[in-house]
Write a protein that binds this ligand. Structure first.
Ligand code: NDP
Length: 268
């Protein structure tokens, strides 16, 4: 009988996870069933409980339940503890385990582009859940300076205060989003402005060699501005595939190759 997995969220219809996990299973010769689960906004805990009670092996968690998933876990990985958010769940010895694979997904995607993270100086726009999840993995991969710019600057300051103790190998700092300046190796757009179609301004006072947009599926104003500067750019589809590969590996002990699945990217 095939092992049963799912992604749970609200909404969930847009999720590409079933397609990706079935593609990984086909490539690695595993027999899995991976479905989408719509949980009511006030019914996440009972939804995942019934999934595991009926023999489910693993769950991915997406918007808006990653923080709730973190709260419900009995056992957490180090990176999930630091992110305070969980996107991958499984049961082991009757205990609910949680991990956060988003950050490693981003690191793998950036490295597969050939952009070096060793001793890198990175500017991240946005201070939401995605930024929180990627800082520790970026530092583990070699980033030595990370500046966080956010529309609500207090939120960026809070994030830096929370994470400082965990990333002592790197310098974390805060920049106002409306006064970007400095020289960076990589700029990462982790705001959700691209989803709503709102424009971000990259002024001439900020310089960068590579630009990564976490959103995927359309060309954002961030990507357009970076492309005008003729620097290498990428949207977030590689990160999406990267986090899915890490979850697949946790559950099945087999790691598919990122480059085999980038062709599944949606066209712009
Ligand atoms: P959150 O809702 O937690 O955070 C949103 C962030 O965007 C906040 O910092 C917010 O600033 C900022 N923001 C929203 N609108 C604007 C705007 N108009 N101008 C400037 N800043 C704005 O979202 P997440 O952190 O979960 O996700 C962020 C992005 O990353 C999304 O595009 C999401 O799709 C993408 N993502 C991609 C993944 C992938 O696998 N490729 C994985 C995870 C996320 P403020 O604090 O001021 O409100």
């Amino acid at each position: 009988m095939s092992k049963s997995f799912a992604v749970v969220g609200h909404p969930i219809e847009h999720s590409r996870s079933p397609e990706l996990h079935h593609a990984f299973a086909q490539k690695t010769g595993l027999d899995i069933d991976y479905q989408k689960r719509l949980a009511p906004l006030d019914g996440f805990a009972s939804n995942i409980k019934s999934f595991f009670a009926s023999g489910g092996c693993g769950l991915n968690v997406t918007v808006p339940f990653k923080e709730q998933a973190f709260e419900l876990c009995d056992v957490l990985t180090e990176r999930a503890k630091i992110a305070k958010a969980v996107n991958t769940l499984w049961m082991e010895n009757g205990l609910l385990h949680g991990d956060n694979t988003d950050g490693q997904g981003l690191v793998n995607a950036i490295q597969s582009l050939g952009w070096s993270l060793k001793n890198s100086k990175i500017l991240i726009l946005g201070a939401g859940g995605a930024t929180r999840g990627v800082i520790y993995p970026l530092v583990q991969a070699g980033a030595t300076h990370i500046s966080i710019a956010n529309r609500t600057i207090e939120r960026a300051q809070q994030l830096v205060n929370d994470l400082k103790a965990h990333v002592t190998q790197a310098e974390l700092s805060v920049l106002p989003l409306n006064d970007l300046n400095g020289d960076f190796n990589i700029i990462i757009n982790a705001t959700s402005a691209s989803l709503s179609g709102e424009a971000l301004c990259l002024p001439k006072t900020v310089h960068f060699e590579y630009a990564y947009e976490m959103a995927y599926g359309k060309v954002s104003s961030f990507l357009q501005q970076a492309e005008q500067r003729q620097v290498p750019t990428s949207d977030g589809f590689g990160m999406l595939v990267g986090q899915a590969i890490e979850a697949f590996y946790i559950w099945n002990g087999v790691k598919p190759e990122l480059s085999d699945f980038l062709t599944l990217a949606p066209s712009h």
